[in-house]
Design a protein around this ligand. Sequence first.
Ligand code: DMJ
Length: 629
Amino acid sequence: QKWKQLSRLQRSVILFLFAALAVCGVISYTSMGEPWKSLANKPLDDQRAEPDIPGLKLANPAVLPAPQKADGNLGDYPQLSPQKPPKLPHGRRGPPGLQLKPPHRNMRLKTQHDTSKAVEGPVQAEKEEKPEKSVISWRGAVIEPDQSPEPPSSKMQEAEKPSSVEAEEQKEPVPINQRQLAVIEAFRHAWRGYKAFAWGHDELKPLSKSYSEWFGLGLTLVDALDTLWILGLKEEFEEARKWVANDLVFDKNVDVNLFESTIRILGGLLSTYHLSGDSLFLEKAKDIGNRLMPAFRTPSKIPYSDVNLGRGSAHPPRWTSDSTVAEVTSIQLEFRELSRLTGDEKFQSAVDAVTKHVHGLAGKNDGLVPMFINTNSGQFTHLGVYTLGARADSYYEYLLKQWIQGGKKENELLEDYMRAIEGVKKHLLQRSQPKKLIFVGELAHGHFSAKMDHLVCFLPGTLALGAHNGLTADHMKLAEALIETCYQMYAQVETGLSPEIVHFNLHAQKGHKDVEIKPADRHNLLRPETVESLFYLYRFTGDKKYQDWGWEILQSFNKYTRVPTGGYTSINNVQSPSNPEPRDKMESFFLGETLKYLFLLFSDDIDLINLDKFVFNTEAHPLPIWVPA
Ligand code: DMJ
């Protein structure tokens, strides 16, 4: 009525004002754009003096996803149906302002469809958003300037305190697709063998229908706990839980390797605690964590490689007083998380001292580290050899991942990571012939070697994770190039499976492929690194070729490593499809990592272990990213 009473002129003025306001709104919205993208796309050197970028927001707080429901016909692999492209997380924000939800005590297994508990949706959560803080940048990375690290004890209060807010988003369940079902089928087949012939022992020997012991701690079972949870295998999980409750005992006169037991057992228990909320797993994690601490009692505080869990004594390997660099620098995510959960600072203090010491150590070559470190002197030894493969690999991975875990505040970690990647670019990258694949070689006393371990294939995933977290976009480009190379390490081989080590051809020769394999290197241990990187690349790009490559790899595993009576086996000869020479051993990381990453790679649900909320340890056990203070 009032509108009708206005004169034509008055109406025109009002309409004009509305139109002007709308235009201003559109202009200011589009000019804001996505500030982290423009930052990330600048060349590295241009980014050093990047001004503050207000409004830039980093990691989302951790929340705990419900497990996937797994059912359906597992017996065959029907024709693949096209999948919807994933919602890419680049521009996506999780519900901000939510607290880290401590898992419920005695929580029962939940399925994705179990939404009976109160949940806070994104709209409500939006209201709780804290005012955003300004950021500074360092060589292409974004850093929160005013958040000093908190002592673990106060974080523990936060982690253990029950929260009134359920930190779960209410969302439509994403159905399990055919490729995921094929992974579940493979897992069940492997589990069947383990259960029948190796239950409670470290590794299945599927051909001899027996087992091998390494630490005598049910390694495969513990390593596989969170995979069972993520794949939604409830019955198997309950059975395994019972074994942990009744039979997993660490008070044993047994020598274990500090690194291996940390990443596989401590890491596996911590992530299972976070996913399931069952305090049994935290209790077990505390127990083994305490028993591993004697390893740090060395003159230099660089830990020994071996610890006796029952006796509380530790020692280096018999032939040396050196430890491996990757081993002493890739236990940090787990020990830091244990401190946060228990409130006991000693775990974090011990590993942070190692990180700090290595940060300041001489003997690096443009951020690249040697492979050994002496536990008496604390100095690097065997100087002059640099690799991203065995004995150094996860040093680089944990620099980035600790930085992410801690909320991107610990600048020295980032500094070392960025410097190391520059070192890789400067000293270790080369192109092969004929396909001109970019690969990561090795440097020995100034001489380049075109050798690349399969282990190096963790790098594309790590680079992509860094780029996703605001680091320079050329890391993503390198990640894309390197994952192509890792894929070719499978595709160019007769069985479609990568050998342990390849040598790349630097010169084109008639009839030769890029990849050469020496007889001593042609085994395959069911390793995860390539499918791990495929998972990250797919999550961050949505390019389905990465899923297709992973699918090819799964089929090759099924064709050449599957043992009919249950389980999968390492093989000796990836170049012989007629006789790949089974080794009669299923490594625990096949269940802990390889099949888990394949399952996640085939999923289009970015909340199935959301990478803005969780960071995977080097054994594929997801740990929460700490909530910024
Ligand atoms: C695993 O134990 C871990 O991924 C580690 O970082 C490297 N070796 C194996 C898998 O290849």
